[in-house]
Ligand binder design. Structure first.
Ligand code: PHE
Length: 356
């Protein structure tokens, strides 16, 4: 029995893995193991022999079992130590910045524009992107037969068959927000309305979805002079220059009278735009005095109130300020493009902190 004990305790302590240990368990104390076979021999012994051999065998079996358990635990500890060494990680290292997304130039420019107009007392108004033809056209003095409807390359929504009401449209400009704001708050008004607009057009400078910012100021004595000052202040602040020259070109919009398109003096030097100097002019917006019929359509008395409105392309002024040549790239969702032209997430534009 002492030989068996020495043999197995030796083998167990030398076992290098759990599989070897299991083999040893089967050999020693398994059903047909050496110790189990010895126990079966007890029956052939005399009662006296059995009295000493029985307890001794049981004790040996118990000793081997606990040696097996202890070795198993030791092997498991060793395996865990091995893993911990292999998978070691210094959790005290500083985090690694994962600069995935950035602020899109359109969002940045919208924030810049909002900050500049907020400084001049303009609040932000909003309207739906899917609107009725009343808000998008008729209320703005663009009747059904008016050529402007065709010029706008309008996207029409579907009506159910048999429903003969005029279909809703994807708004072709932000001007319907003029009507909604006048209806909602009445005069006086000083708002801008930035947002998405839609026209069926696609080339280097046109995408079917783009962005405009509408401006609307209504009071008792607002004139074109106020419009001119506000736009000059805006352009100076936006392009971060001390002086600009604006050119008001007589134009026509059904919802303003008189109407003007506004250009800024600029030059192109080796492909980059310089605002405020040079011999070129660049159109940036449409504007005018709100047509009396439009005021009336929105429930504002034209004998009492008057004001100006303008509509400016956000994408266009973003391209100009940040030197982005192709409008289509704005909406490709290409991360490489965004990393090149995008803005840091915490770099919120403010007039005191700097716009861009
Ligand atoms: N809605 C016009 C356009 O999209 C711009 C505009 C707005 C013109 C307000 C005059 C007044 O072209």
């Amino acid at each position: 029995m002492d030989d068996l004990r020495d043999k197995y305790l030796g083998l167990i302590s030398g076992a290098s893995d759990e599989a070897t240990l299991e083999d040893l368990r089967v050999q020693a104390v398994g059903k047909k193991g050496e110790i189990s076979l010895k126990m079966r021999e007890l029956g052939k012994m005399s009662p006296e022999e059995r009295q000493t051999a029985g307890p001794a065998l049981n004790a040996l079996k118990a000793e081997i079992n606990s040696a097996l358990l202890a070795k198993k635990a030791a092997l498991e500890d060793a395996a865990l130590d091995e893993r911990l060494r292999g998978e070691w990680l210094d959790v005290t290292l500083p985090g690694r910045a994962r600069r995935q997304g950035t602020i899109h130039p359109i969002s940045q420019v919208t924030e810049e524009v909002t900050a500049i107009f907020a400084d001049m007392g303009f609040a932000v108004a909003e309207g739906p992107q899917i609107d009725s033809d009343w808000y998008n056209f008729d209320a703005l003095n663009i009747p059904g037969h008016h050529p402007a409807r065709a010029e706008m390359d309008t996207f029409y929504m579907h009506r159910a068959t048999g429903d003969n009401r005029p279909p809703h449209v994807l708004r072709t400009h932000t001007s319907p927000v003029q009507i909604r704001t006048m209806e909602k708050t009445g005069a006086p008004i000083r708002v801008i309305a930035p947002g998405r607009v839609y026209r069926a057009d696609y080339d280097q400078t046109h995408t079917p979805m783009f962005h405009q910012v509408e401006g609307l100021a209504i009071d008792r004595d607002i004139s074109m002079a106020n419009l001119k000052w506000v736009l000059e202040e805006f352009v100076k602040a936006y392009f971060e220059v001390d002086d600009v020259e604006l050119r008001f070109r007589a134009s026509h919009f059904p919802f303003t009278e008189p109407s003007a398109e506004v250009d800024i003096r600029c030059s192109w030097e080796e492909g980059t735009l310089k605002v405020g100097e040079g011999d070129d002019w660049l159109e940036i917006l449409g504007s005018g005095m709100v047509h009396p019929k439009v005021l009336e359509n929105a429930g504002v008395n034209p004998d009492e109130w008057q004001g100006f409105a303008f509509g400016m392309g956000i994408d266009r002024i973003a391209m100009l300020k940040y030197g982005i040549p192709d409008l289509r790239a704005f909406f490709d969702s290409d991360l490489r493009w965004l990393r090149h032209y995008g803005f840091a997430a915490l770099d919120v534009p403010t007039l005191h902190g700097g716009l861009s």
